[in-house]
Design a binder for this molecule. Structure first.
Ligand code: ITT
Length: 211
């Protein structure tokens, strides 16, 4: 009789998440666990030879699909990707897909936030509505694709407040809250966040398609 030890038992299936952000991997792993999916979830770091995809889409969904297709094709495993950003009502939805590079420097969270605050400095409280948006895409190696979305609506503060989170968290105050996203515990934020909602919406689809 063949004996298996926990460490050597092969996983029934592997799922790749198109990110190098460990926080996103932990969050998705916990959400997939909640729907009872037994899959090994790895990040893009497990495939250093696969180059990052150019996000040439014009919507969050297009970019999420681009990333998931590239990874599914390169790895031969089902892949999940997300794309997200901040959409400001009075700016017609900007920065949107350009959120990470709004100031011109990709990933400079502080410069992006300062520029945005300066652009809307004259806008009064009643017109400072905004939302975080997230699209999450699942793509199988045979090309089957699904995409879902989630959003977190709120209003923009005039000054950054709070030391948690990242990106525009210090200036978005969710509706019904007195605190900004940067003042919420990670669990509190995940429970209401755009990404939490999108990941929770894709989880049953992953279970259905991967069985
Ligand atoms: P990947 O490596 O997974 O692509 P990223 O940090 O480049 O992660 P995201 O698509 O998650 O990119 O987010 C794009 C930008 O949108 C991000 O740089 C932030 O400025 C903003 N953003 C997205 N989600 C946010 C959140 O939960 N809180 C604050 N800002 C957020």
């Amino acid at each position: 009789m063949q004996q298996h030890t926990e460490g050597h038992r092969p996983h029934p299936r592997r799922l790749v998440l198109a990110t190098r952000n460990a926080y996103k991997i932990t969050e998705l792993r916990s959400i997939l666990g909640e729907v009872g999916l037994d899959a090994e979830l790895v990040g893009a770091d497990a495939y250093p030879e696969v180059p990052d995809v150019k996000e040439t889409g014009v919507t969050f969904a297009e970019n999420a699909l681009l990333k998931a297709h590239a990874l599914a094709q390169a790895t031969g495993h089902p892949a999940i990707a997300d794309d997200s950003g901040l959409c400001v009502d009075v700016l017609g939805g900007a920065p949107g897909i350009f959120s990470a590079r709004w100031s011109g420097r990709h990933g400079d969270d502080r410069a992006n936030l300062e520029l945005l605050l300066a652009q809307i400095s004259d806008v009064p409280d009643e017109h400072r509505g905004a939302h975080f948006a997230c699209a999450a895409a699942l793509v199988l190696p045979d090309g089957t694709e699904r995409v879902v979305s989630g959003r977190l609506t709120g209003t923009l503060r005039h000054e950054p407040v709070g030391g948690g989170g990242f990106g525009y968290d210090p200036i978005l105050q969710p509706y019904g809250e007195t605190r900004t996203c940067a003042e919420l515990d990670p669990e509190e934020k995940n429970a209401i966040s755009h990404r939490g909602k999108a990941f929770r919406a894709i989880a049953p689809i992953v279970r259905e398609l991967l069985g």
